[in-house]
Design a protein around this ligand. Structure first.
Ligand code: ZN
Length: 325
């Protein structure tokens, strides 16, 4: 039984939820060491309170509760954060793209609220943990308006429409609502996003699912939400400086995402309502409130508002996120 009134909790570890995808592979088992279902597994929902994949808490006083239940019952441990329209606001995934994802676009909050039953919009970003040599990514598009976009989609003029650029290990991409995008085959990425599952699919390579059907396309919604004023990026190279192991990858109105690398030891102050931490390389320990927790590639935890200083040791590469000030 979970002890709902527990104090001095500090950290809660997550048991990921795995999702099969037409484009997925086996690297979540072979590279991250997870026990995953048979078949093509594309997504690890690593820190999530979303109803489509609400993570169970592993170990500690809240063992067995789902994150959404803890969020509902103990908002004090999240700094009494209001969330995004009441919901736990962030969703962290690992993606294994054995093949290309569908070319897609997500709506912003306003469009999603109006057209998707009050859902949140979806801003997301990717840190590329690994990219096979020669891998590519689609991010942005070249049509000037919805008419031109629709014509190029109908003609299947993908080479001219889509902005396809090379991707390498260590790259980072911000994907704002209204940005046409797709990770292509050969990548492992950590995705930090708003807690939303609304995707408008523009092109799915005419793929057929095991049941013989094709996945639905949403061209009209895509025409509504594509931001035609965006200038597509030419590279995902991280140019921000690394200061004492910390590199700020993105800061926006929804989240702040950092990469933290520990060489031997490092302290990190948890001064936010909560912080999401995902280990994507190395192994070591974290000491919080006098307790020590082993960490390895594939560990994911939430540092709660009472965590204080986190003392990391070992050799660790991590992606962290928290809400902006
Ligand atoms: Zn997406």
């Amino acid at each position: 039984m979970a002890q709902l009134d527990a104090e001095n909790v500090g950290l809660v570890f997550m048991k990921p939820v795995f999702v099969k995808k037409i484009w997925g592979g086996r690297k979540l088992a072979t590279e991250f060491g997870y026990t995953i279902p048979d078949g093509n597994v594309g997504e690890c929902w690593a820190i999530s309170a979303h109803p489509a994949g609400d993570c169970a808490i592993e170990g500690g006083p809240f063992e067995g509760l789902h994150l959404d239940e803890l969020w509902a019952a103990r908002r004090d441990l999240f700094g009494n954060c209001l969330g995004d329209r009441g919901k736990f606001p962030l969703l962290i995934k690992i993606l294994d793209t054995h093949e290309s994802l569908s070319v897609q676009v997500h709506p912003g909050d306003v469009y999603a609220a109006e057209h998707e039953n009050g859902s949140l919009g979806k801003k997301e970003c990717w840190y590329i943990v690994h990219a096979d040599p020669g891998s590519q990514i689609i991010i942005g598009q070249h049509a000037k308006n919805a008419d031109e976009f629709r014509k190029m989609v109908e003609a299947g003029d993908w080479d001219r429409l889509l902005n396809k650029i090379p991707v390498k290990t260590g790259d980072f991409f911000a994907v704002n609502p209204g940005t046409i995008h797709a990770l292509c085959g050969g990548c492992l990425a950590i995705e930090t996003q708003q807690s939303s599952d609304i995707t408008y699919r523009v092109y799915d390579y005419d793929r057929v699912q095991p049941d013989g059907t094709k996945r639905e396309l949403h061209i009209e919604q895509a025409c509504d939400v594509v931001d035609f004023s965006q200038v597509p990026p030419t590279s995902g190279e991280v140019t921000a400086p690394e200061v004492d192991g910390v590199t700020e990858l993105m800061r926006c109105d929804k989240f702040v995402v950092d990469r933290i690398r520990v060489k031997e030891a490092k302290s990190v102050d948890q001064k936010w309502p909560f912080m999401c931490v995902s280990v994507y390389g190395g192994e070591g320990l974290v000491k919080v409130l006098g307790k020590e927790y082993p960490l390895k590639k594939g560990s994911h935890f939430l540092a709660l508002s009472d965590a204080g200083t986190m003392e990391f040791s070992g050799e660790l590469s991590m992606i962290t996120s928290h809400l902006p000030e």
